[in-house]
Write a protein that binds this ligand. Structure first.
Ligand code: SF4
Length: 161
């Protein structure tokens, strides 16, 4: 229970923690291919992810809680992406950005992973080749909704499974 300007609001610790988590999702500076160029636009003046608390792209996985997989994932990169993911503290979330990250896209061959959900727990998929930055913003909004409703556990469920 908290008092502000003479008013009361009642909440639970769990809801309060989820509100804090969803209000400041910090993405990792991490790009794999052409989709990454669109992802970079997120934090520019046109799309301004700061409006949603997500403008702070961290260079260290230890300071980030969102991995936006932007681009095709080659088999050679799988150990790398998994190590980076494991270095992120929990709770942590993953957005598969674009057709390649979501399903392999046009790269239906032996060298490309046919969807990053084969190696990482994905919370939100963004269609498109490439998706526009506002589509990624929409994905962040969806992720916020899921966190607020307690549906996106942030990697915890994946580890326990
Ligand atoms: S979805 Fe399109 S833009 Fe994105 S990495 Fe694949 S080919 Fe490039």
């Amino acid at each position: 229970m908290e008092m502000t300007n003479g008013q009361f609001f009642v909440t639970t610790i769990d809801k309060f923690v989820r509100w804090a988590q969803k209000s400041s999702i910090w993405p990792l500076t991490f790009g794999l291919a052409c989709c990454a160029i669109e992802m970079m636009n997120l934090v520019g003046p046109r799309y301004d992810a700061a409006r949603f608390g997500s403008e702070v792209m961290r260079a260290s996985p230890r300071q980030a809680d969102l991995m936006i997989v932007s681009g095709r994932l080659s088999l050679k990169m799988v150990p790398v992406i998994q190590q980076v993911y494991q270095q992120m503290p929990e709770p942590k979330w993953v957005i598969a950005m674009g057709a390649c990250a979501s399903s392999g896209g046009i790269f239906d061959n032996y060298a490309i992973v046919q969807g990053v959900d084969r190696v990482l727990p994905v919370d939100v998929y963004v269609p498109g080749c490439p998706p526009t930055p506002d589509a990624v913003l929409h994905a962040i909004m969806k992720l916020k909704e899921s966190i607020a409703q307690g549906r996106a556990k942030g990697g915890v469920m994946a580890r326990e499974a």
